[in-house]
Write a protein that binds this ligand. Structure first.
Ligand code: ZN
Length: 216
């Protein structure tokens, strides 16, 4: 199950320099929470472009809630989210805003999936994850802060779990006899000898070429 992901970039003309258009080679992922219990991902996207009350030079890359993720800036452009000026937080990290509205557990599950996906696409591990707090000392993501950041540690563990390739044990049945097997990334793997022999083939392993030859 994947989370719905919509690209809806704010224009370069967005006021208060929220999309400076500065190229970025990301090195980190920075996690935030919105600090607003009522605001959904859609609300957050709207706030950037369609609310004259918003006078902040503040932006981010992706916002996620219990239902969906919205990418508001290309992931290779600078956004202003880390509070560290021209430091690595703003200039070299992808900012992900976790909504505080709705079903918290579902939202966090979605965020774990999204973060794992972004890490995987880049061949990165959880060592690339940062809190807003790490860049500027702001208590953010505040929803993961209670109990001395216990939620943050759990979040990273959950992402780590999601990154691990999943191996599921199964059986391959040949002429009603079971062979141990496993499923990995949508394919079933089995030790080659047993099922073929059960099916009446001859199996020869050539130790020189390290090839297995199967004949009738
Ligand atoms: Zn933040």
């Amino acid at each position: 199950m994947t989370v719905k992901y919509t690209v809806n970039h704010i224009p370069r003309t967005t006021p208060y320099n929220r999309r400076p258009g500065i190229a970025m080679i990301p090195q980190y992922l920075t996690i935030h929470s919105t600090g607003n219990l009522n605001s959904t991902a859609q609300n957050e996207r709207t706030w950037l472009t369609d609310n004259p009350q918003n006078k902040a030079t503040a932006s981010y890359h992706v916002v996620i809630d219990e239902k969906e993720a919205i990418e508001v800036l290309p992931l290779d452009e600078v956004a202003w989210h880390a509070g560290d000026g021209n430091g690595q937080g703003n200039r070299a990290s992808i900012g992900i805003e976790i909504c505080e509205s709705g079903n918290r557990q579902k939202t966090l599950q979605n965020a774990v999936k999204l973060v794992a996906k972004v890490l995987k696409e880049r061949g990165w591990g959880v060592d690339r994850l940062r809190r807003h707090f790490d860049w500027s000392g702001k208590v953010c993501p505040r929803i993961l802060q209670p109990d001395n950041w216990a939620g943050w540690e759990r979040f990273k563990k959950d992402v780590q779990k999601e990154l691990k390739p999943k191996v599921v044990k199964t059986k391959v049945i040949v002429n009603k006899q079971e062979c141990d097997a496993f499923i990995y990334e949508g394919k079933t793997y089995v030790e080659v000898r047993k099922p073929f022999e059960l099916a009446g083939f001859k199996v020869n392993y050539d130790s020189k070429t390290k090839q297995t030859v199967i004949t009738r």
